[in-house]
Design a protein around this ligand. Structure first.
Ligand SMILES: C[S@@+](CC[C@H](N)C(=O)[O-])C[C@H]1O[C@@H](n2cnc3c(N)ncnc32)[C@H](O)[C@@H]1O
Length: 512
């Protein structure tokens, strides 16, 4: 029963809204929270200038919400509560236990790190990580450091990208933080130092969508993912699927951190977790367990080779249910599948299943085992490259990209993927060449313009960055706002345009 508000919507309408909000945003609004849901629907209706909340519920129920409507609704339904170095024990554990050995080992092999703050809100968590790395790695300029920060609320993302904060963001933070890393801004605000601000890339990502893990969204092969204080607002089934996809976004040995209140609710069901002072952590083991979970994969294996009894027995019932659930949700390669029969076709089918379940090394093995590589389709070669990229096997990913390029020299997609991998390897000049080749084949590949802009930004070449971002906007101007950009893992034209607008604003701010 709702109390204290004028009831504008019937309980039936709210039930419809609740089901669809859960499906499109993951957020859980059971009956006791109907009053909150109604308030958010009314505010979103006003913001969107719709005739009344019933109209919004009608569009929700018919699955006809535009990207903008989803974002406005998300803005009304989500809670933007965060601050710098939130939960000190988390950052102390990262500083003293998790990061030092990782940094030491990467220093000896290849100096790179990949970190993701998922559901980053207004950016305090991501910037705290950047500051931590800045303190732990004195020569950080020579490293290839990725700090990706994503959220569903574009207003939060814009605020985050500005790097401007009010005193409330600094409650319970150490004294040195403001003195060393911020400069006074207008009124009672402070501005983060630009060199720290530029360490973080902000991007829109709905955790419910199938846009990750993927090199296209730069959400693959992460060393550390922090996804804190968000899944507690999700329906438990949704949250479990999100956890599994985040686990699949880790490189082997990588670590996923949830907050204690979330992880204790069984979100890691079926996965070995450790209770640490930083909350609950899951570290992706090496090697990945073999997968035989989804019915499609089981059938495919049964058709082509005798079953391996040892593997099925190794999976618990919950794991099997979990993986089957995930297989339904998982993303699929952007390149159109060609119909290939025989050994190569069957291997591709199995590898696709393994990939969608996050078993990248197994997917790679399936494709490597094909005797005649010429039999593999372009889609299979690209899948192999993606699986290697997701497993952090970047050199191997590059050689599959080259094979894919040789297979069809006129297709721009493998060049784009090759550029993402080169970018991850810090081979920026080669990445630029790959992107130019991609644009030569298709001048309207908007992601190539966008990535050229990002690469220029990395070199602090603001003029070139702005030029590429403007080209990307020119291409986007002719795309419907809700259309999904090829090879983007689900990013829409409208969202990318907003992202570019906020990057261009940042460039103007830097120039001022
Ligand atoms: C309470 S804040 C957490 C911020 C930060 N992680 C922390 O722990 O301080 C929750 C964030 O989750 C975001 N969020 C809610 N639903 C989301 C979804 N489906 N996908 C991505 N982000 C989402 C909200 O916009 C909000 O910024």
């Amino acid at each position: 029963m709702r109390t204290g508000v004028t009831q504008l919507l019937s309980d039936d309408a709210l039930q419809v809204a609740s089901q669809h909000v859960e499906r499109s945003l993951g957020l859980h609004f059971p009956e006791p929270r109907y009053a909150e849901l109604e308030r958010a629907l009314v505010c979103a209706t006003n913001e969107l200038d719709l005739s009344g909340p019933e109209a919004l519920v009608g569009r929700l129920g018919a699955d006809r919400l535009s990207q903008r409507e989803i974002e406005v609704l998300a803005g009304q339904l989500t809670i933007g509560e965060t601050h710098f170095f939130r939960d000190r024990p988390v950052f102390d554990t990262l500083e003293n236990e998790f990061l030092p050995p990782l940094i030491a080992s990467r220093r000896q092999s290849q100096p790179y790190l990949r970190i993701w703050s998922a559901a980053c809100c207004t950016g305090e968590e991501a910037y705290s990580l950047a500051i931590l790395l800045h303190r732990l790695i004195p020569d950080w300029h020579d490293w290839n450091i990725t700090i990706l920060a994503t959220d569903i609320n574009p207003v939060f993302l814009d605020r985050a990208a500005s790097g401007r904060y009010r005193p409330w963001s600094f409650r319970s933070t150490p004294d040195w933080l403001q003195a060393e890393y911020f400069r006074p801004g207008p009124d009672d605000t402070v501005d983060l130092l630009p060199e720290i601000r530029r360490m973080v890339t902000f991007s829109y990502l709905n955790l419910v969508d199938a846009t990750y893990p993927s090199p296209a969204t730069n959400t693959n092969a992460m060393d550390l993912i922090m996804c804190r204080n968000v899944l507690m607002y999700f329906a438990p089934d949704r949250a479990r699927v999100v956890v599994r996809k985040l686990v699949n976004s880790l490189v082997e040995g990588g670590c996923l951190l949830l907050s204690a209140c979330e992880a204790s609710t069984g979100l890691f069901e079926g996965l070995p977790v450790e209770r640490t002072p930083a909350g609950f952590a899951y570290c992706r083991a090496t090697p990945t367990p073999p997968a035989l979970a989804s019915p499609r994969l089981r059938e495919s294996r049964a058709r082509s080779r005798p079953p391996r009894a040892d593997q099925e027995g190794a999976l618990s019932r919950t794991q099997i249910v979990f993986k089957a659930l995930l297989a339904k949700e998982a993303s699929h390669p952007a390149i159109q599948d060609e119909q290939v029969d025989g050994e190569a076709g069957a291997a591709y089918e199995r590898a696709s299943c393994l990939y969608s379940e996050g078993h990248y090394p197994d997917a790679i093995r399936e494709l490597q085992a094909v005797d005649d590589r010429d039999e593999l389709s372009l889609a299979a070669l690209v899948l192999a490259a993606r699986a290697c990229a997701n497993a952090g096997e970047l050199e191997q990913a590059l050689s599959w990209c080259v094979e894919a390029i040789m297979r069809d020299r006129a297709d721009p997609a493998p060049h784009l993927l090759q550029a993402s991998v080169l970018q991850e390897l810090g081979r920026d000049a080669e990445a630029v060449s790959a992107l130019r080749r991609c644009l030569y084949l298709d001048a309207n590949r908007v992601l190539a313009h966008f990535n050229l802009g990002n690469l220029a930004l990395r070199k602090s070449d603001r003029k070139t960055a702005a030029k590429h971002f403007r080209h990307a906007r020119d291409v986007l101007a002719s795309c419907p706002t809700d259309s999904v950009i090829p090879d983007s893992g689900g990013l829409t034209a409208g969202r990318l345009d907003q992202l570019i607008v906020s990057l261009l604003k940042g460039l103007e701010r830097d120039a001022a």
